[in-house]
Each structure stands twice: as structure tokens, then as C-alpha cells.
Design a protein around this ligand. Structure first.
Ligand code: FES
Length: 181
């Protein structure tokens, strides 16, 4: 009986050491594999994780068209946005006005209240939102109504004689401008 126990113990020891070494080698291999896979996974998923939307410049028209505007001019611009692997092209309405020092300013037509399309009323010389009656002055400042702020100005510049704009979307219902896309 005593002999059998010793033999069994003696036989079990090498087998247990082998399985422990095998387990250790497997664990190390898995660790190395995981470390090597991280950069690959991050590279593959980058476009999905990126929370920035790339917005191309949109052509509003020849800068000379807006050199002598006396009241806001409406234009439709083609907007190209790239979000990860997803590219969207759409048409948006903007208004070109003039800053006090004469430079053109481009305003989004999206009402900062709930997103309706603001329209220019030439006879009253004011912008009016048809949904809930918000009124804006010719430079886009808030005059009255439920809107929490004035019309949103868009980044713009003259490039090779053309007025270009970078179209963005802004958070509604808050008093400050906050880009959401
Ligand atoms: S959406 Fe313009 S006033 Fe409400």
C-alpha cells in the first residue's frame, strides 16, 4: 500500500510540472498575441472611433458677387462631410451678409431654436423663422422669439477669388454656439 502511494506520487509529479509549463507557454503566447494585435485593431477601428467630422470647404460663389451686398443674399451650397468611412454630400442654404468692416459673413439658415429654415423678409428687412416666429436682424442677431441665440455664423474665407464656407451643425436650444457635426 505504501509502495503504491509512493509510485503514484512519483508518477504524478512530472506530469503536473509538464502541464504547468504548457499552461505558462500558452499564457505567454496569448499575451504576446494580444500585444501585437492591439495596434492592428486600433488601426482598423480608427475611422469608427474618430469623433471628428471632416468638413470640406464649400463654394458659395465669386467673391465679387458679394462685394456690394446691401441685404442678405441666399445661396445653396454643396456640403461634403466625411465621418470615418462614411461620406455624405448634401445641399444647404446659407445667407451671405456683411460684417461691419465690409467683409462677407456667411450665416447658417438653420434656426437655433428647433432647426427650422430661417427666411429673409426683404420688405421687413429681417429674418423670420416660420415655425415659432423667431426674428433676427439683417446681421443675424436675435431680435425676438423663442430662439436662445442669433443665427450661427459659419467659418468662411476668400480662396482664389471665391467665397468659401465650412458648413457646420450647431446644438439647438442653448444660448452659446456648440458644434455638433
Ligand atoms: S424653430 Fe425657429 S423659432 Fe422655433
Amino acid at each position: 500500500m505504501r509502495t503504491t502511494e509512493v509510485a503514484s506520487f512519483a508518477e504524478g509529479k512530472p506530469a503536473s510540472r509538464r502541464s504547468y509549463i504548457g499552461w505558462l507557454v500558452g499564457l505567454c503566447s496569448a499575451g504576446v498575441g494580444a500585444v501585437l494585435a492591439v495596434p492592428l485593431i486600433r488601426f482598423s477601428l480608427y475611422p469608427l472611433r474618430a469623433n471628428t467630422t471632416e468638413v470640406k470647404w464649400s463654394d458659395v460663389g465669386p467673391a465679387s458677387d458679394f462685394a456690394s451686398v446691401t441685404s442678405p443674399v441666399q445661396r445653396a451650397v454643396t456640403v461634403e462631410q466625411i465621418d470615418g468611412w462614411h461620406k455624405t454630400v448634401s445641399e444647404k442654404i446659407v445667407y451671405v451678409t456683411k460684417k461691419p468692416h465690409g467683409q462677407p459673413e456667411v450665416l447658417s439658415a438653420v434656426c437655433p431654436h428647433l432647426g427650422c429654415s430661417v427666411q429673409w423678409n426683404g420688405s421687413k428687412q429681417e429674418f423670420l423663422c416660420p415655425c415659432h416666429g423667431a426674428v433676427f436682424s439683417p446681421d443675424g442677431a436675435r431680435v425676438s422669439g423663442p430662439t436662445p441665440r442669433g443665427m450661427d455664423s459659419l467659418e468662411s474665407e476668400i480662396q482664389n477669388g471665391r467665397l468659401m464656407v465650412r458648413y457646420r451643425y450647431f446644438r439647438q436650444l442653448i444660448p452659446t454656439k456648440e458644434i455638433v457635426g
